[in-house]
Write a protein of this length. Structure first.
Length: 63
């Protein structure tokens, strides 16, 4: 009976060590490129807003 427990413990130890995952970190060969194709349009809107403010001002006489 004692041999069965010892054999089960050894078998459990072997199975648990066989299932351990391995994690490897590797450095890429090429540098990391970040492509920033960002369209910036806020300057155009500010210019249009300023032009509209001057057009619709009280002293312009439009309305």
């Amino acid at each position: 009976m004692r041999i069965n427990y010892a054999l089960a413990a050894v078998l459990l130890a072997l199975l648990s060590t066989a299932c351990t995952p391995t994690v490897q970190l590797a450095v890429p060969n090429e540098p990391i490129n970040i492509n920033l194709n960002v369209k910036i349009e806020h300057e155009i809107y500010i210019k249009v807003d300023k032009a509209l403010d001057s057009m619709f001002s009280e002293s312009s006489g439009l309305f």
